[in-house]
Design a protein around this ligand. Structure first.
Ligand code: ACO
Length: 420
């Protein structure tokens, strides 16, 4: 709910990128965007907008979302088309360069990523020092942060250095995740394979053997679907951090911490816990109805922006059916479908549909990934979008610094400690 906060003359101004908003209105299917009173960049009193649900804080060319119609595009290309035809590496090129690469450019881009796959020896040692019972997201957040100390360019703010750091972060994260998983399981590290795709090299490091082409492609598709998504909470965190002119490693570390929450990237793991807890088809209906009656959230459903079907879930639903059948997890898929059916009857009228995390849970489980690796998979992909947004933010930077509506007392007396 929005209302106007009490403001003082000394309060700083709010600037809204209204020109972009008006451009968006000209696009088909964007009529449902929130109305903003300003018609041009101008001074005004701060507006109270809890959760920033109706505030536009930046212009972006990276991804477009129409929440009412269930549309997601990366640089204008529909997510469905990309998932069917592209690869994760090509999508990263698209997000970072705002165009599809020519064949030679893509080959060179892939080679540059592969050249950065391996970790400095001290990083492998650092993984060995992590407690084996630590959560993988805690390990990932710490290890990504630590990478900065082994990068001589960590504090070089030039666009060229930021692009190189983005490449390093993207390329090295799979080794951090797989390395930590092998460490906690007491197995020896498997080094990255510089001839393979990001998905293929990751699965090889994780499992100690090369994946089948079907499994590699399934992970590749998940990476494509998670690569960017407008100004979601973790991307916002990355943009806030970089807007202070901090460094890329700090921005990505902030984003990983933000993604971890169960209302954001942590939901996919929660979906799998729910499926395990339900256990059988006949338990589904009472389980979901009881949960809703207790006003609890069903994980993997609902979205701040989509009030129609999440287009990433549309694709994954079909894709997962095949992956689950190929890997002997058909029951899991059938259970997910049944949950969706019940949720449709109960809450679809409120605009609550499956989000990307709902069917990605079944996909990751079918690929044999441990439950607590689901969110790290999300991070591995979203680094592409976080990096793109950081570089975009820096190209036209303004410190992101909203307000709070103060609701505490004024003119309170300071009482000396002995008199309290
Ligand atoms: N299950 C049941 N009810 C729900 C759900 C859900 N998953 N999501 C929203 N609702 C209901 C709320 O109870 C509320 O009902 P009410 O109006 O009767 O009180 C109504 O829908 C609106 O909910 P809000 O919390 O105001 O919606 P918001 O836009 O803030 O929430 C969010 C979005 C946080 C994603 C929410 O839908 C949720 O908690 N979902 C479950 C967690 C999840 O799957 N997160 C992943 C999101 S996708 C991603 O990050 C990749």
């Amino acid at each position: 709910m929005s209302d106007r906060a009490t403001v003082r003359e000394s309060d700083p101004i709010v600037v809204i990128a209204a020109s972009h908003y008006h451009r968006e209105l000209e696009r088909p299917g964007t009529e449902s965007l929130p109305m903003i009173q300003q018609t041009e960049t101008q001074q005004s009193a701060p507006v109270f907008d809890k959760g920033l649900a109706n505030t536009i804080v930046a212009e972006s060319e990276i991804s477009f979302i129409d929440g009412a119609k269930g549309i997601l595009e990366y640089v204008g290309i529909g997510i469905d088309e990309l998932a069917r035809n592209s690869t994760f590496e090509e999508v990263v090129f698209l997000l970072w360069n705002r165009r599809l690469p020519k064949a030679a450019e893509l080959a060179a881009f892939i080679k540059s990523i592969q050249a950065e796959y391996d970790l400095p020896e001290q990083m492998w040692e650092l993984i060995r020092q992590c407690p084996k019972d630590a959560g993988p997201m805690h390990a990932l957040r710490t290890l990504v942060s630590a990478l900065a100390m082994f990068d001589a360019e960590a504090d070089d703010p030039s666009p060229a250095a930021n692009q190189r750091k983005s490449m390093r972060l993207l390329a090295k994260t799979p080794a951090l995740i797989a390395g930590f998983d092998r460490h906690r399981k007491g197995t020896t590290f498997v080094k990255p394979d510089k001839t393979m795709t990001i998905a293929g090299s990751f699965l090889t490091m994780l499992n100690g053997q090369k994946p089948t082409r079907t499994v590699e492609r399934a992970l590749d598709v998940c990476l494509i679907l998670h690569a960017d998504h407008g100004l979601n909470a973790s991307t916002f965190a990355a943009r806030v951090t970089i807007s202070t002119l901090s460094d890329m490693y700090s921005a990505i570390t902030s984003a990983i911490g933000t993604l971890k929450g169960p209302l954001h990237g942590g939901a996919n793991e929660e979906v799998m816990h729910m499926l395990n807890e339900i256990g059988s088809m006949e338990n589904i209906e009472p389980y979901i109805k009881n949960k809703l009656a207790r006003k609890e959230r069903v994980m993997g459903f609902g979205h701040r922006v989509y009030k129609a079907y999440d287009p990433r879930a549309t694709y994954l639903k079909t894709f997962t059916k095949q992956v689950a059948a190929d890997t002997g997890n058909r029951k899991l898929y059938e259970m997910s479908r049944k949950i969706e059916e019940i949720m449709a009857k109960e809450v679809a009228a409120k605009g609550i549909y499956p989000n990307v995390d709902f069917y990605s849970a079944t996909t990751y489980f079918s690929l044999g990934l441990d439950l607590d690796l689901f969110t790290p998979m999300f991070a591995m992909s979203r680094i592409a979008g976080w990096a793109a947004h950081c570089i975009e933010q820096l190209a036209d930077n303004k410190l992101i610094r909203p307000h709070v509506k103060y609701t505490g007392p004024h003119n309170a007396a300071y009482v000396p400690v002995e008199k309290r």
